[in-house]
Ligand binder design. Structure first.
Ligand code: SF4
Length: 185
């Protein structure tokens, strides 16, 4: 992981978790520096059966490698509204930015509600995610909510390979597409 923020060690961070494989490395890496609570919030995942499978995989990870975790819910209608008109965008395009913004906005709001001064995400573990865009959106949502976003590129320094290794070692479900019905197609 390459950390791009100067947030002091030990700070309480609400860490958005998109899936168990990314979290298998991302949560561990962030816990080496911060006081981390995971937050699973992903109304983008389609269909419902796949959502339940990914949510269960995160609970499996938490059971095997315990860490504080909050399971979010809802947001499906808001997600549909956020990506309206962007359905045909390619992956890493404007639809993905809207999708990531929605999830990070909710994470920032939850962090504020829990009295935490910072939030982050494990999304940048994936080589398919544009870390510069994720960090910019996180920074903007942090400014909007009045808290800090932990900027990082988690795939750096073998972060992605570590996530593959860790999730296989723990026997976690690994999905084959990003999450929404457009990425499934
Ligand atoms: S491809 Fe992934 S990041 Fe992009 S809109 Fe779909 S679920 Fe969200």
């Amino acid at each position: 992981m390459k950390l791009l923020s100067d947030i002091p060690p030990g700070t309480k961070v609400l860490l958005h978790v998109c899936c168990a494989p990314d979290a298998s490395y991302g949560v561990r890496a962030m816990r080496e520096r911060f006081d981390v609570t995971g937050f699973f919030y992903n109304p983008n995942i389609h269909p419902g059966e796949e959502f339940r499978r990914r949510a269960q995989a995160v609970l499996d990870l938490q059971e095997k490698a315990p860490f504080p975790l909050v399971m979010g819910s809802g947001g499906e209608c808001e997600w549909e509204e956020a990506i309206l008109g962007l359905e045909g965008e390619p992956e890493r395009g404007r639809r993905c930015e809207a999708c990531i913004r929605l999830r990070l906005r909710e994470t920032a709001g939850k962090a504020v509600a829990l009295g935490m001064p910072a939030f982050g995400t494990v999304l940048t573990v994936s080589p398919r995610k544009d870390a510069a865009m994720v960090n910019r959106v996180g920074r903007e949502e942090g400014e909007r909510s009045g808290i800090r976003f932990v900027e990082a590129d988690m795939k750096k320094g073998n972060g992605y390979l570590e996530s593959v290794r860790a999730s296989r070692a723990l026997g976690l479900y690994r999905q084959r597409y990003c999450g929404c019905r457009y990425s499934f197609r």
